[in-house]
Ligand binder design. Structure first.
Ligand SMILES: Cc1cc2nc3c(=O)[nH]c(=O)nc-3n(C[C@H](O)[C@H](O)[C@H](O)COP(=O)(O)OP(=O)(O)OC[C@H]3O[C@@H](n4cnc5c(N)ncnc54)[C@H](O)[C@@H]3O)c2cc1C
Length: 407
């Protein structure tokens, strides 16, 4: 797979994009905030417009594979990330009914030796706070809350953006980082609702003291394969909280939101034939920390950029969560975008370099994330070996550094 664009000599020796270019980002999720820091740390001035009245991320864990860690380290967040995140020593793939280890994957210092950066697991809120603090340390006024994007018009010189609160702003460039339901994407490429995939994800956080005495998570970081069901679970926050996400193929409920509570009893009945090593921690979920989400998807876009407006993160390429690469891909986009602007002689060139370097890889991961569903939930559990486990590392996705890839 070609993971980056070849360097194009045509652009060499041209004047750079001016640092006073006004860049507006719509959406302060992991993608928008990372892009802001990457641009700020190269001297660009950015404004981020976020619909929420307060910055917050949901209570859940997030895997940061070496390709994402490279991106965060390149914008100066490495030391703080190492303090906040957990680095698993090993990972396993488990059999859903017997709980036995089917595949063992060494981690620890191996990813760093092999790919140049660590493999981490972190609470999403901790990463989000780290990013927001970094944006504000560059510019305390960069994040504008309570601004819901309403629309934009553009010509060859500027983009005019309006918000539902009546505010109107003008910019040289606009980046839509507004997630899977992106309104910016809709303005550029037309209305098309995300499609329900037939999967529901339950996510929960279990304080470790709620687990029965003597209960062991062996190893602490694992995925489990099943029949129309799968699961991932790992410890975060210095081993004090167990994070899990449990997937089931299930029709009839399609609400796409991280904020919908689920009864723990519903979750237990869905996973009733799973080994007790899973049932035990599911049952220990505090009722207020059990949520469900209907997983939606979109087809890859043939183009992200229109004139002076482009897309980033889930707005550009929402991915099913079966490879755990959605946020990682948004982080990759962000670093590449900033490098593309730094290298370019014009806004048009910067956006062209960005999309040229990113779209092929992002599309590949989008499609591979779909295929991963049948591997994990297809029911071929009894013969599941390392050969079957064609995961994100096997696909070569760890072997990518957004801070050095050709732009
Ligand atoms: C169950 C599950 C588990 C996952 N696990 C992983 C994992 O382990 N590793 C990984 O890399 N990825 C994972 N992902 C994917 C990851 O969560 C997403 O890819 C990532 O959060 C997307 O970030 P984003 O910034 O592009 O979008 P979002 O996080 O959706 O942020 C969009 C932001 O835009 C704002 N916004 C929306 N509309 C507007 C508007 N009109 N005006 C202004 N602001 C607006 C929103 O309020 C929000 O703040 C998982 C996803 C799921 C569903």
């Amino acid at each position: 797979m070609n993971v980056g664009a070849p360097f194009d000599d045509f652009w060499l020796g041209r004047e750079n994009v001016k640092r006073d270019t006004k860049i507006i980002l719509i959406g302060a999720g992991i993608g928008g905030l990372t892009a802001a820091i990457a641009l700020q740390s190269r001297g660009f001035k950015v404004e981020i417009y976020e619909q929420a009245p307060q910055l917050a991320e949901v209570g859940a864990g997030l895997t940061l594979s070496p390709n994402a860690t490279h991106g965060l380290e390149s914008i100066g967040l490495g030391p703080r990330l190492a303090q906040l995140a957990t680095r698993p020593e090993r990972q396993a793939v488990l059999h859903y009914r017997t709980g036995e280890v089917l595949v063992d994957l060494p981690r620890g210092d191996l990813p760093k030796k092999q790919y140049g950066a660590d493999y981490y697991q972190i609470h999403r809120a901790d990463l989000h706070t780290l990013l927001a603090d970094a944006v504000r340390s560059h510019d305390p006024n960069a994040i504008k809350l309570s601004h819901t994007f309403a629309g934009l018009t553009q010509n060859n010189n500027a983009v005019d953006v309006t918000f539902t609160n009546g505010v109107a702003v003008s910019a040289d460039v606009v980046i839509g980082c507004d997630g899977i339901k992106s309104a910016v994407r809709e303005v550029l490429w037309g209305k098309a609702a995300p499609r329900f995939t037939g999967n529901i994800a339950w996510r929960g956080l279990v304080p470790i003291e709620r687990l029965p005495k003597g209960f062991k998570l062996d190893p602490p970081s694992a995925a489990a394969v099943g029949v129309k069901h799968s699961m991932a679970r790992y410890l975060i926050r210095d081993g004090t909280v167990l994070n899990y996400v449990a997937f089931a193929e299930k029709a009839g409920w399609e609400v796409e939101s991280w904020a919908v509570r689920s009864e723990v009893s519903e979750l237990l009945s869905e996973f009733h034939d799973w080994h007790e090593s899973f049932q035990t921690f599911l049952a220990a979920t505090p009722p207020e920390l059990c949520f469900k989400w209907a997983i939606h998807d979109r087809d890859p876009l043939p183009q992200w950029t229109k004139n002076r407006v482009t897309l980033l993160g889930d707005a550009a390429h929402p991915m099913l969560p079966f490879l755990g690469m959605g946020a990682a891909s948004g982080i990759e986009d962000s670093v590449v975008l900033a490098r593309a602007f730094e290298a370019a002689g014009s806004i048009e060139e910067g956006l062209k370099r960005y999309e040229g370097a990113r779209r092929e890889r992002a599309t590949f991961i989008q499609l591979a994330s779909r295929e991963a569903q049948s591997r994990l939930q297809g029911g071929k559990v009894d013969n599941y070996t390392k050969n079957e486990h064609k995961n994100e590392e096997f696909l070569g996705l760890f072997n990518y550094n957004p801070a050095t890839v050709a732009v």
